[in-house]
Design a protein. Structure first.
Lengths: 57, 178
């Protein structure tokens, strides 16, 4: 149980770090760049969703 | 293969995201200012303006501060780097401002920068010209050199000062004989 709490804590830190870096870098992107990133993000999560659906999650 | 297809597509989207960050950061119009006053050359990289104000508020303008001696020449070199697929025609203007009023025109020229090419322009700020314009320095004064091209405006605040005589320590007289 303790291990899973630590895993969860680690994942949370990773996600918050990536989120912070992404927010910092996004400031320097042009408007078309931001739009393309948004579309790709949606596509990425959609494909991940489909993949997990296929493997039976 | 069919099951992993969506995983590959997701990975491809992630790779494209990273590629956009790199390509978008590289493409654009970048400018570098080289200022030489005395024996010291200062380079103002495009990052200087970007890091401070990624989304600059229209009412606030960033400035770079430097100092020079009155009577000394201040040499400016300004490089425009066009990292776009189209050419960049513009008028490069440089002028001296004091208290929001233009004092002196330093440089003005039409330039067209080819795609993925650079253009360098040069001018010199002579303090004598400021003297002729009726401005002098009482010990110390600040002037702003504004560089404009397109919608970009760079401000360099030049702190001009009169050279002072070096003060040497006076010789200490020997103690009186007892």
């Amino acid at each position: 149980m303790r291990t899973y709490i630590l895993y969860g804590f680690g994942i949370l830190l990773c996600l918050s770090g990536i989120g912070y870096l992404a927010a910092e870098y996004v400031k320097y992107l042009s408007e078309p760049g931001k739009l393309a990133c948004l579309i790709l993000m949606v596509g990425m999560f959609a494909f991940f969703g489909r993949y997990f659906e296929k493997i039976g999650w | 293969m069919r099951r992993n297809l969506f995983l590959y597509l997701a990975i491809a989207c992630f790779a494209a995201l990273i590629a956009i960050f790199i390509v978008d950061g590289y493409l654009g119009i970048y400018d570098t200012v080289y200022v030489t006053a005395g024996e010291r050359e200062q380079v103002i990289e495009p990052d200087y303006w970007l890091k401070r104000y990624p989304v600059p508020p229209p009412e606030f303008k960033a400035a770079y501060h430097m100092s020079a001696e009155w009577g000394q020449k201040v040499f400016f070199r300004y490089e425009i780097d066009n990292r776009r697929f189209s050419s960049y025609p513009t008028i490069v203007q440089a002028s001296v401002w004091k208290e929001n009023e233009k004092v002196l025109d330093l440089f003005s020229e039409d330039k067209s920068v080819k795609p993925f090419d650079k253009v360098m322009v040069e001018w010199t700020l002579l303090t004598q010209e400021l003297d002729e314009a009726g401005l002098s320095v009482d010990g110390r004064a600040q002037y702003t050199v504004k560089i404009k091209h397109g919608e970009v405006e760079r401000r360099i605040v030049v702190d001009l000062y009169y050279p002072t005589e070096p003060v040497y320590p006076k010789a200490v007289p020997p103690p009186p004989p007892r």
